[in-house]
Design a protein around this ligand. Structure first.
Ligand SMILES: *Cc1c(COP(=O)(O)O)cnc(C)c1O
Length: 426
């Protein structure tokens, strides 16, 4: 079967993400998707092992979300949020506030994860500015990833975070290793004290650092950060864009698993079940109230054109319905248990450094930067879509994936790694 017309004619005009356009393999044309499967133009089917960048948690074309979108399209696809209100955004804000831990009750909508983190940083900095304190820097962590815009690049890992070229052009933050022991916590307290008066807050991906390398840490680390934030009067920002909304299985949010309430939390990725771009920055009462004033300049001066988009909010409301009606958390836990089992044989493959699973995230880490292209091609040849990076081959499947498909995804990962180990690795 030949490539579709649109593919050939658009090909030299689309600039792809994270891609060296000179040397990259041609992207695969997808013509349809259903459940956990994508259909390619040449008729092949691939099981989506990474849920389209961790978003399609209910699978593609879930009828409940589609129905909500169709209904919304006929009533009100979009209206600006400046000065106007609409039902879907109002309902979604109320639902997110009641789901989010503690008094995280105030929801600012935007259209991408990076912007949600930008807004969180802006809120935190202005929280202090509104009180006459110029504290605009952040404490953040090696291995962290928070987005690709200028402010979010500054809180990513400065070397591994894909943005090292921009060193010197970015805001300078205080970047440290995550504290994993009481000694680490004590050392960090000293460092924070040295930066007294300039730090606005701490930005962290709770429990799993995703795009920075799928590295896990324990709830105690988050409790230590909460203690440090309280002791030094810093705001704590949890970027739950990857792990939030059920990915970890034990609860909807990492903050609940750790029993730690942040001051600000960001959500995106799975928020609309992978159908439309939408993000939320959710602030506590203390943060929100610091913006209430008779001075118009004390307001949060931010407002993406498409914020609170009605189609996006309708999709998110439908996605939250599914989390309520269907056993997504139990499914995520079951995926974890099954991945432990299916990925285990990779431990014995020469060149494999680590195999780890948390919630519905399964990771095989290799001892060297593997040729991601080769690993990816090996998986595609076996009917599974995965997108390895650096030394990491991972799966974050749709939470609705069936046992047979998941076994297949896991087996394919192990086979791809075996093949790499036997042929390419020297
Ligand atoms: C993906 C991601 C972002 C950025 O979201 P975009 O929608 O890609 O801008 C930010 N933080 C974390 C933890 C992410 O995983």
């Amino acid at each position: 079967m030949s490539d579709p017309d649109w593919y050939a004619t658009g090909r030299s005009h689309v600039w792809l993400p994270y891609t060296q356009m000179k040397t990259a393999r041609a992207p695969l044309p997808v013509v349809a998707a259903q459940g956990v499967r994508m259909q390619l133009a040449d008729g092949r089917e691939l099981v989506d092992g990474i849920s389209s960048w961790w978003s399609t948690v209910h699978g593609y074309r879930h009828p409940h979300i589609e129905q909500a979108l169709r209904r919304q399209l006929e009533v009100l696809p979009h209206v600006m949020l400046g000065g106007l209100a609409h039902e879907q955004a109002w309902r979604l804000a109320q639902r997110l506030a009641s789901l989010a831990p503690g008094d995280l009750n105030h929801v600012f909508f935007s259209d991408s994860g990076s912007v949600a983190v930008e807004v969180a940083m802006k809120m935190a900095a202005q929280f202090w500015l509104n009180q006459g304190q110029r504290r605009v820097k952040f404490l953040c962590f090696r291995g962290g990833y928070h987005g690709d815009t200028f402010a979010t690049m500054s809180v990513c890992d400065p070397d591994e975070g894909m943005h090292s070229l921009f060193k010197g052009a970015l805001l300078e933050q205080v970047v440290v290793d995550l504290p994993r022991t009481p000694e680490d916590e004590a050392a960090l307290a000293v460092l924070i004290d040295q930066h007294r008066g300039e730090l606005a807050g701490i930005v962290v991906e709770p429990l799993v650092q995703g795009a920075g390398g799928m590295v896990f840490h324990e709830p105690e680390t988050l409790r230590a950060l909460r203690r440090l934030a309280d002791a030094h009067d810093l705001l704590l920002i949890f970027d739950e864009i990857f792990v939030g909304l059920g990915r970890l299985g034990d609860a909807m949010f990492a903050s609940e698993i750790a029993g730690v309430q942040p001051d600000i939390m960001t959500l995106s990725k799975a928020l609309t079940g992978g159908t439309l771009p939408l993000a939320a920055t959710i602030a506590s009462a203390r943060i929100y109230e610091a913006f209430l004033s008779d001075d118009p300049m004390a307001a949060l001066m931010h407002g993406p054109t498409y914020m609170g988009n009605a189609m996006g909010c309708a999709a998110a409301n439908a996605s939250l319905d599914l989390f309520e009606r269907e056993p997504r958390l139990a499914q995520a836990k079951a995926i974890g248990a099954q991945l432990e089992h299916v990925l285990a044989p990779a431990r014995d493959v020469p060149g494999v450094r680590d195999v780890r699973v948390r919630g519905a995230i399964g990771v095989i880490q290799l001892d060297a930067t593997a040729p991601a292209d080769q690993l990816s091609a090996a998986c595609i040849a076996r009917g599974v879509w995965l997108r390895p990076f650096r030394d990491i081959l991972y799966t974050t499947p749709p939470l609705v994936i069936g046992q047979d498909d998941l076994t297949h995804v896991g087996n394919v990962m192990v086979e791809a790694v075996r093949e790499w180990s036997m042929t390419a690795r020297r």
